[in-house]
Design a protein around this ligand. Structure first.
Ligand SMILES: Cc1cc2nc3c(=O)[nH]c(=O)nc-3n(C[C@H](O)[C@H](O)[C@H](O)COP(=O)(O)OP(=O)(O)OC[C@H]3O[C@@H](n4cnc5c(N)ncnc54)[C@H](O)[C@@H]3O)c2cc1C
Ligand SMILES: NC(=O)c1ccc[n+]([C@@H]2O[C@H](COP(=O)([O-])OP(=O)(O)OC[C@H]3O[C@@H](n4cnc5c(N)ncnc54)[C@H](O)[C@@H]3O)[C@@H](O)[C@H]2O)c1
Length: 458
């Protein structure tokens, strides 16, 4: 058996920099990875999906430009789209390999499992270390629909290997992946149907967020089927046939399953080293990312942190500080997220309902796109900006921005909230005309009683 200073299991978004940093500082680091280096984000998640959406939204914007008086015939070269996606993914993946190699991390390309107390085995190698970091992420959950098993359905894992655009695409799910990839395929030319179990898209968001997205999806020609489940899947002569519980029957040349994620912890055999899992299989951690076994830590999706790359990356920064002796915790951070549909959803902090549930005296203001000069001028008329505040302290508690490129704009709120700024700071700010950003002080001015419309020229 070999020994190391640090073992990292999984090359997720936190594990890579952690392994590289410790190896660069002279520690003996072994990293196990059973699949492509770089984890879900680089290989099957953010990187390929956002490169794919760059093409899809370019096509969508061109198609919608008719309302600006620009009429174009959109012609999609799907092979070029997907080759570009795969080229970018490969470029990022190679970058990870170079980073780990140059830092001196010993990479073992194999599945790892615990075989004893702080002992990890994989690929014919057994290593013991005082510090072990688990960063094994999640995989797609596959529902047990009758007839599904054994059919060539898609998940985010094989979606980016598509060579040809299916004329018709069936998507099961109403969450992030279903919406981003479903809208993307529709914009590239697939007749897309979304099969949604609940009564609105993005179930965790407020219903008016979902309503805006549903409106946009209908403009893209996407069929929306709410409050339905799949009863039967058949696959014959290259065509999927889904029978829904309301009797509806849908056909498509491709079927994308996007029904959520499960933690990659089943094969870890973590009990042998005293690492406990919760009922859903996520690794239990304390405030400092430590598992129920001293010296073993878990970060990212497998530790049930909000499942985003920037969170796994921030887990790494905090865990590194903790391992270097700093008093840090994982809880004192403002976390946001975005959905890269068009329009986008940029979110941070609490909704009004969540604030009330916590017993906070809160209020909210909402500014529709129709009251923002830039959105009228540019023809981006769907969506709204909303801010939630604590009426006792005046602190900003959260924001929901639905509209064009709001994944960028929401950072104004992330920084204000990190700085513990009051809404008056925003209200007093002078933003540039005509921008989407100028609507944010206008939003805050609704709290001092300004009536809409509140932007210049409105
Ligand atoms: C389609 C899609 C799009 C996404 N888009 C975004 C986005 O736009 N923005 C965003 O912030 N987030 C996005 N995410 C989420 C994001 O990809 C994850 O939250 C992020 O990758 C963090 O994951 P992680 O670090 O926990 O582990 P992962 O990136 O999942 O990596 C875990 C690694 O561990 C390996 N592994 C697992 N078990 C073992 C084992 N026993 N032995 C060895 N290796 C093992 C896996 O092969 C994998 O490489 C997206 C996800 C998907 C699926
Ligand atoms: N833009 C981003 O940051 C981004 C993009 C993609 C994924 N992600 C991350 O990846 C995670 C996983 O995404 P996801 O879309 O797989 O999950 P999700 O949890 O967002 O959505 C899952 C959807 O599947 C539905 N569903 C679950 N079981 C079902 C069943 N048996 N039949 C029919 N529908 C069912 C749910 O109702 C929900 O609509 C997200 O939560 C997010 O953290 C982030």
């Amino acid at each position: 058996m070999e020994t190391a200073d640090v073992i990292v299991i999984g090359s997720g978004q936190g594990g890579i920099p952690l392994a590289a940093d410790f190896a660069s500082s002279g520690r003996n680091v072994v990293l196990f990875e059973r699949d492509a280096l770089g984890g879900s984000c680089i290989n099957y998640g953010c990187t390929p999906s956002k490169a794919f959406l760059a093409s899809a939204h370019a096509a969508g914007r061109a198609a919608h430009a008719a309302k600006l008086g620009i009429h174009v015939q959109v012609e999609v070269n799907f092979s070029t789209v997907m080759e570009r996606v795969r080229r970018i993914r490969s470029q990022f993946n190679q970058g990870v390999k170079r980073r780990l190699d140059s830092a001196g991390v010993r990479v073992v390309c194999a599945e790892a499992a615990f075989t004893g107390e702080r002992i990890v085995s994989g690929g014919g190698m057994t290593v013991q270390a005082g510090i072990i970091v688990i960063n094994t992420g999640t995989s797609s959950t596959i529902p047990d629909f009758a007839g599904l098993a054994g059919t060539p359905y898609l998940t985010n894992r094989n979606f980016f290997d598509l060579q040809q655009i299916p004329p018709r695409l069936l998507v099961v799910g109403g969450g992030y992946i279903a919406l981003e990839l479903g809208q993307g395929m529709a914009r590239l030319g697939s007749q897309t149907e979304l099969i949604v179990r609940g009564d609105h898209l993005l179930a965790q968001e407020e219903s008016d967020v979902s309503a805006v997205l549903a409106d946009a999806f209908e403009q893209d020609g996407i069929g929306l089927h709410f409050n339905v489940t799949v009863q039967q899947v058949a696959y014959t002569n290259g065509v999927f046939t889904l029978t829904l519980n309301n009797g509806e029957v849908l056909d498509g040349e491709a079927l994308l399953i996007a029904t959520g994620r499960k933690p990659n912890t089943q094969v870890l055999n973590s009990a042998v080293t005293g690492v406990e899992l919760d009922a859903q299989g996520f690794i239990k951690i304390d405030e400092q990312f430590q598992t129920t076994c001293a010296g073993i830590y878990a970060i990212g999706d497998a530790a049930k942190q909000p499942a985003f790359t920037h969170v796994s990356w921030e887990d790494y920064r905090r865990l590194k500080a903790i391992l270097c002796g700093e008093q840090r915790t994982r809880n004192d951070r403002v976390l946001g997220y975005a959905v890269y549909t068009e329009p986008q959803v940029g979110r941070v902090g609490m909704t009004l309902e969540q604030a009330h549930k916590q017993g906070i005296t809160a209020n909210e203001v909402t500014l529709p796109m129709a009251h923002i000069a830039r959105s009228i001028e540019w023809g981006h008329d769907l969506g709204f900006y909303r801010m939630v505040i604590d009426t006792d302290t005046n602190l900003i508690l959260g924001a929901t921005l639905v509209g064009y490129e709001t994944a960028e704009l929401v950072h104004v709120f992330l920084s204000l909230m990190e700085a513990k700024a009051t809404w008056q700071v925003l209200e007093q700010s002078v933003h540039i005309h005509p921008t989407y950003g100028e609507a944010l002080p206008s939003l805050a001015r609704l709290l001092v009683g300004d009536d809409m419309p509140t932007c210049p020229n409105m």
